[in-house]
Design a protein around this ligand. Sequence first.
Ligand SMILES: Nc1ncnc2c1ncn2[C@@H]1O[C@H](COP(=O)(O)OP(=O)(O)OP(=O)(O)O)[C@@H](O)[C@H]1O
Length: 282
Amino acid sequence: MNRLQINDVSVIYPGMNGGEPVRALSDINFTIEPGEFVVALGASGCGKTTLLSLMAGFIQPSAGYLTLGEHDNVEGLPRVACGMDLNDQITGPGQDRGVVFQKHALLPWLNVVENTEFGLKLQGVSKAERHERAAHFLKLVGLEDFHQHPVYQLSGGMQQRVGIARALTNDPKMLLLDEPLGALDALTREVLQELLLDVWKETQKMMFFITHSVEEALFMASRLIIMSPRPGRITHEFKLDFNEKFLECRDARKVKSLPEFIEMREKVLAIIHGDEQEGGMH
Ligand SMILES: Nc1ncnc2c1ncn2[C@@H]1O[C@H](COP(=O)(O)OP(=O)(O)OP(=O)(O)O)[C@@H](O)[C@H]1O
């Protein structure tokens, strides 16, 4: 089973306009286990997007390294001794990681199915296979009746469903989601939270999901990490099962009003507000 491992990773951005360099992440050690839904929460500027960009391979760490593969990185042993292939190391973007952003970046002149299969077309996948894979994932996100719709005619929530289907068509090992629901109205956001949990359950993908909403984080996560700024680091981790509770009872309001949910929400809010008062907010 695949896992993502982050080993002693730091990121320092060069200072802008002659300013001081920014230590965006400091000494991060972290593993995403097979099938985990990890949610990152934290004050603005604590390095959430930087962490996601490393996993996506959009940027490279200033120190340390990341791997995505089937073997454990045993501390102190060279990677080959752990059975790791050099190919396990993340050195750039790859088809084994699907990314979904807040802004869906769909191509407005293409319809739903063309957008969904666009990446496969670039890879030279045959038309029949492209259609089959796109149709499978469009059904999974509830868009089976919208294949031929121009994407610019769709609501924000439906466009984001296309973005999720598109990210899944390569059958990636993991999905990286940077505030994917942040621009949606409250009702649509709740519908898509449930949809994403269904996609997770159905596909068993590893998920890394960034949000600013404490309630969303608690509802979605099987593991919640809370990050603090200056320098960006992981300060708290919680194993949660509210997502499993929802998948059992299908009643999100019930889960979100459980006493243990409310208690956890207050605890997490206190941690984050503590960071903000220390000057973590930008
Ligand atoms: N390309 C860059 N060049 C210089 N500094 C950067 C760059 N990208 C991010 N930073 C800085 O690195 C720190 C971490 O930024 P990052 O965007 O990862 O945080 P974040 O937690 O995702 O923030 P937000 O919640 O506001 O999106 C911030 O201080 C930010 O200003």
